[in-house]
Design a protein around this ligand. Structure first.
Ligand code: 26Y
Length: 822
C-alpha cells in the first residue's frame, strides 16, 4: 500500500534529517564526514524535491481528472534565481529544515549559497514571468510555463579596471537538482526547406512544407511550488538536440563527421540566452530560438488536448489560453494556423477563430528599438510556410481595415504586418495585436500610452482589445524569504497570512507612529544594512558605514533608466563637499547593480564611469565621512535579495514615458525603502498607494516631456544655465577620474550635449538634485523617516503578483482554480 503524502506541517525534524542523510548516502554517494557544503546542499535539495514531486503528481492528476482550462505562459525568459529557499518557504519547511541541518552540524544559509542562480532571463520581463508562475501555483490555477532550456543563462559580469567583462554563465555544470528530464515528451520541430502547393481531390489547395532540417526538443520540467504547497505546476523548458534519424543518410554515406557538425548546429539553438534587452539585433538564431520553443510547446499542448478531446477542435480555446510574454513568442500565432489549416485541414476562418480565442499578448515596451521586426526574407528562409501564412493573415486583415477606413492607404501602411521597403520587414507587434484577443500593457500609464501612441488605430478598430494589467511581485520571495527579520516582526504585529493576502499589510499603518514599532522596524533595517555591509566588504573590499543612507539603483543599464543622472548628482555632491568641507549632508552610500548588453557601448561607458568615479571618491579622505560609491559586480536575483532589505532609498529615475512599469521599485518599497522617482511606469501607482508625502517625486511628466520635445529640446540651454551642471560635465572630460587618460569618460558628456540628450538627463537634473536635498532632510528626522518607511511597506498590498494574476484571470484568461486533493 502506498504511503500517504505527509502534510508539510507533519514533516518533523527527524524525518527530514533522515531524508537528507539518506540522499547524502544513496543519491550523492558520500557521507557526513566527507560531505562539503555543495554535497549537503544537493542532498537537502533531493530531500525537498521528494516532497515536491509527490505534490506535482497529485496536481497533474487533479488537473487531468477535472479536465481543467489552463493558461500557458510563453516566454523566452524565466529569471528564476535560486529555488531552494523559495521551495522550503512555500512548502512551509524552512524552519524545520534549518533545525534538522543544525543537528547535522550544517548551516542552511551557508549551503543555500551553493546554489547557482537560474538566470534564464535578462531583467524585468524574465523576472515577471517567474513571479507570475509563483502566483499561479499559489492561487491553485492550472498553468504551464513554457520557455527555453538555455545551456548558458545571462552572462556573469566581472569588473576589470572599472570595465565590464562578460563571462559565460554555467548554471548546470554540477547538475540541477530541481529539473526532471521528460524523454517521453520529446517533440520534433522543422526548419528551412520549401513549400509544395498541391491540389486535393476536393479542389482545395493544399500546402505541404518539406523541411530542410529537423530538430528535437527535449523537455526539462522545473516544478513550481505554490505557497502552502498544495499546487505544484511546471515550468517546461526545451533543450534542442539534433534529430537522429534525419541525419541518418549522411551518416550511412560515411559522413559521420558531417553529421556531427549538423548536430552541433541544432544543438546551438538552446545554447545561450541573447543578452540584449530592448534592442532587437535581428539575429537568425534568435528567430530560430523563438520558433523552436513555440513549436515544441504548441505540439505539447495539442498532444495533451487530443488525449482528452481527440480530433474535436471545437473546444480547444475553451481549454487552452496562451499568454505571449511580449512579441518574442509571436511566431506561435502562424504556427497554430499552420497546424490547424495544413495539418488538421480546418477552413481558414475556423482556424483563425480558434487562434483568435487562444492568444493574448503582453506589451512591455514603447521604445521603438525594442519592437521586434524580422526581415521577411529571413522568415522565408527559415519558415517558408509561416511567411505565406503571415501574408494571408495580413491580406485578410487589410480587407477589414479597408472596410473601416475606405481608401485610407496611410492607415493601411501603418497597420500592416508588413513594413514595405527595400527589405520587407514583418512587424511582430502588429501580428500579435491582430492575432490576440487581448493585449495588455503593464502599468496604467504604459497601457494608456500603448492605446494612445503605439496602437491607436487598433484601439479604434477593436475598442475592448487593449487593456491594462499592472505588474506585481511575489511577496513570498521579495519579503518573506529575503527579509526574514522584517517578516517575523510583521507576523508578530498582524499575523502571518500577509504573504497570501498582501493587502493585510495595511494593518501595519496603525503602528506607523508608535515609537516602539518604529524602533523595531528601523532596527531590522539597520541589521540588514550591517549584514549587507559585510557582503560589500567581501565582494569589493570597500568599507561602508551602516549609519549612512544606503541609496540603491539596481536594474539593467540603459540610457532611459538614467544611471548617468544618478552619477552626475553623485559628482555634484562630491564637488560640493570639496568646495565646502562643511557641506551639510547625512553620510550617503550610493550603490549600483547593473549589467549592460555587451554590444551597448554607451551603457558600458557608463558602468566604467561609475567605477572610476567610485574609485576616486572612495579613496579621497576629504569626502569619505560623507560619501561612498559602490558598484557591485554581477547583479542578479540572488544579489537583489541581499540588497533590497538593506536599502533606505530606491532610485526609479527613468525619463517619464519610457519605463513601462518597473518591478524593482515595488520590491524596494515593500522592504521599507523610500522611492526617489519620476512619474513613470508603476511609480505613479506606487505614489498613489503610499501617498505623495511618502515618496520623492521629481522631474518632467509625460506631457511635459512631450511638449519639450515638440518645442525643440536643446541640452545646451541647461548646460549654460546651471553652473554646477556645466562644471560636472566638463569634469568628465578631464583626467580627474581616469588619471593619465583624459577624455576616457567624454562619451557621456557628448551623448548629453552634441548627442542631443535623448532621455532629457539635463532637463531633469536640477529637479533631481532638489529632490535629493529633500531626501537628505527627511532622513535626518528619523522618526518621520521610520513612519514613511513603515507606510511604504504597509501600503504595497496592490503590488503582489497575486493581484496581477487575479486581474489576468478576470480580464483575460477566465480561469478557475482547481483544488488539489492532499
Ligand atoms: C527583442 C529583444 C532584444 C528583447 C529582449 C528582452 C526585448 C526586450 C526584452 C526585455 C524587456 C524587459 O525586461 N522589459 C521590462 O519588462 C518589465 C516587466 O513588464 C517592466 O517592468 C519594465 O519596465 C520593462 O522595461
Amino acid at each position: 500500500k502506498k504511503k500517504a503524502l505527509i502534510a508539510p506541517e507533519a514533516l518533523d525534524k527527524s524525518t527530514i534529517k533522515d531524508a537528507i542523510v539518506r540522499h547524502l548516502h544513496c543519491t550523492l554517494g558520500t557521507d557526513e564526514n566527507k560531505a562539503n557544503n555543495h554535497a549537503w546542499w544537493k542532498a537537502a535539495c533531493a530531500a525537498v524535491q521528494e516532497q515536491v514531486l509527490e505534490r506535482l503528481r497529485r496536481t497533474q492528476k487533479s488537473h487531468y481528472l477535472n479536465d481543467t482550462r489552463a493558461v500557458h505562459y510563453f516566454s523566452a525568459e524565466f529569471l528564476m534565481g535560486r529555488l531552494m529557499s523559495n521551495n522550503l518557504h512555500n512548502l512551509g519547511l524552512f524552519e524545520v529544515t534549518d533545525q534538522a541541518l543544525k543537528e547535522l552540524g550544517v548551516n542552511l544559509t551557508d549551503i543555500m549559497e551553493e546554489e547557482p542562480d537560474m538566470a534564464l532571463g535578462n531583467g524585468g520581463l524574465g523576472r515577471l514571468a517567474a513571479c507570475f508562475i509563483d502566483s499561479l501555483a499559489t492561487m491553485d490555477l492550472p498553468a504551464v510555463g513554457y520557455g527555453i532550456h538555455y545551456e548558458h543563462g545571462l552572462f556573469r559580469q566581472e569588473i576589470k579596471n572599472g570595465a565590464q567583462i562578460e563571462r559565460p554563465d554555467s548554471w548546470r555544470d554540477y547538475g540541477n537538482p530541481w529539473e526532471i528530464c521528460r524523454p517521453e515528451s520529446i517533440q520534433e520541430v522543422s526548419l528551412y526547406g520549401y513549400v509544395e502547393t498541391k491540389y486535393g481531390d476536393n479542389g482545395r489547395i493544399q500546402k505541404e512544407w518539406h523541411p530542410g532540417s529537423i530538430v528535437k526538443g527535449i523537455p526539462w520540467d522545473i516544478p513550481i511550488v505554490g505557497f502552502g504547497g498544495k499546487t505544484v505546476n511546471v515550468l517546461r523548458l526545451w533543450e534542442s538536440q539534433a534529430s537522429s534519424y534525419f541525419n541518418w543518410d549522411v551518416f550511412n554515406a560515411g559522413g559521420y563527421v558531417d553529421a556531427q557538425s549538423e548536430n552541433v548546429q541544432c544543438e546551438t539553438i538552446s545554447k545561450v540566452l541573447y543578452p540584449n534587452d530592448e534592442t532587437e539585433a535581428g539575429k537568425e538564431l534568435r528567430l530560430i530560438q523563438q520558433y523552436f520553443f513555440c513549436a515544441c510547446s504548441l505540439k505539447d499542448i495539442i498532444r495533451r488536448y487530443k488525449r482528452a478531446h481527440g480530433d474535436d477542435w471545437s473546444r480547444f480555446s475553451d481549454q487552452v489560453v496562451i499568454q505571449l510574454n511580449d512579441t518574442h513568442p509571436a511566431i506561435a500565432i502562424p504556427e497554430l494556423m499552420r497546424i490547424l489549416v495544413d495539418r488538421a485541414e480546418l477552413d481558414w476562418d475556423d482556424a483563425w477563430a480558434i487562434c483568435n480565442k487562444t492568444f493574448a499578448y503582453t506589451n512591455h515596451t514603447l521604445l521603438p528599438e525594442a519592437l521586434e521586426k524580422w526581415p521577411a526574407r529571413m522568415i522565408e528562409k527559415i519558415l517558408p510556410r509561416h511567411l505565406e501564412i503571415i501574408y494571408e493573415i495580413n491580406h485578410r486583415f487589410m480587407a477589414e481595415v479597408e472596410k473601416k477606413w475606405p481608401g485610407d492607404n496611410k492607415i493601411k501602411q501603418k497597420l500592416s504586418i508588413i513594413e514595405e521597403g527595400n527589405d520587407k520587414m514583418v512587424r511582430m507587434g502588429n501580428l500579435s495585436v491582430i492575432g490576440a484577443f487581448a493585449v495588455n500593457g503593464v502599468a496604467e500609464i504604459h497601457s494608456k500610452l500603448v492605446k494612445q501612441n503605439l496602437f491607436p488605430e487598433f484601439d479604434q478598430l477593436w475598442p475592448n482589445k487593449l487593456t491594462n494589467v499592472t505588474n506585481g511581485i511575489t511577496p513570498r520571495r521579495w519579503l518573506k524569504a529575503c527579509n526574514p527579520s522584517l517578516s517575523a516582526l510583521i507576523d508578530k504585529k498582524i499575523g502571518d497570512d500577509w504573504p497570501m493576502h498582501l493587502d493585510k499589510l495595511k494593518n501595519l499603518e496603525k503602528f506607523a507612529d508608535e515609537a516602539k514599532f518604529q524602533k523595531d522596524f528601523m532596527k531590522i533595517k539597520h541589521q540588514n544594512k550591517v549584514a549587507f555591509t559585510k557582503q560589500v566588504k567581501a565582494l569589493t573590499g570597500i568599507d561602508i558605514d551602516p549609519k549612512a543612507i544606503f541609496d540603491i539603483q539596481i536594474k539593467r543599464l540603459h540610457e532611459y533608466k538614467r544611471q548617468h543622472l544618478n552619477l552626475l548628482h553623485i559628482m555634484a555632491l562630491y564637488r560640493r563637499i570639496l568646495e565646502n568641507p562643511d557641506y551639510d549632508m547625512h553620510p550617503r552610500v550610493f550603490i549600483f547593480g547593473a549589467k549592460a548588453a555587451p554590444g551597448y557601448k554607451l551603457a558600458k561607458d557608463i558602468i566604467y564611469a561609475i567605477n572610476q568615479v567610485a574609485e576616486r571618491i572612495n579613496n579621497d579622505p576629504r569626502v569619505n565621512k560623507k560619501l561612498k560609491v559602490v558598484f557591485l559586480p554581477n547583479y542578479r536575483v540572488s544579489l537583489a535579495e541581499k540588497m533590497i532589505p538593506a536599502a533606505d532609498v530606491s532610485e526609479q529615475i527613468s525619463t517619464a514615458g519610457k519605463e513601462a512599469s518597473g518591478t524593482g521599485n515595488m520590491k524596494l518599497s515593500l522592504n521599507g525603502a523610500l522611492t526617489i522617482g519620476t512619474l513613470d511606469g508603476a511609480n505613479i501607482e506606487i505614489a498613489e498607494e503610499v501617498g505623495d508625502e511618502n515618496i520623492f517625486i521629481f522631474g518632467l511628466t509625460v506631457e511635459q516631456v512631450h511638449d519639450l520635445h515638440a518645442k525643440g529640446y536643446n541640452p545646451y540651454d541647461y548646460y549654460y544655465k546651471n553652473a554646477e551642471l556645466k562644471a560636472i560635465l566638463d569634469w568628465l572630460e578631464t583626467d580627474y577620474f581616469t588619471p593619465g587618460k583624459p577624455g576616457a569618460l567624454a562619451s557621456i558628456k557628448h551623448s548629453l550635449l552634441d548627442g542631443g540628450d535623448p532621455y532629457l538627463v539635463l532637463a531633469d537634473y536640477e529637479s533631481y538634485s532638489e529632490a535629493h536635498k529633500e531626501v537628505d532632510k527627511a532622513y535626518r528626522d528619523s522618526k518621520n523617516w521610520a513612519r514613511m518607511a513603515i507606510l511604504n511597506t504597509a501600503r504595497m498590498g496592490k503590488f503582489t503578483s497575486d493581484r496581477s494574476i487575479a486581474d489576468y484571470v478576470e480580464r483575460i484568461w477566465k480561469l478557475s482554480p482547481c483544488q488539489v486533493e492532499s
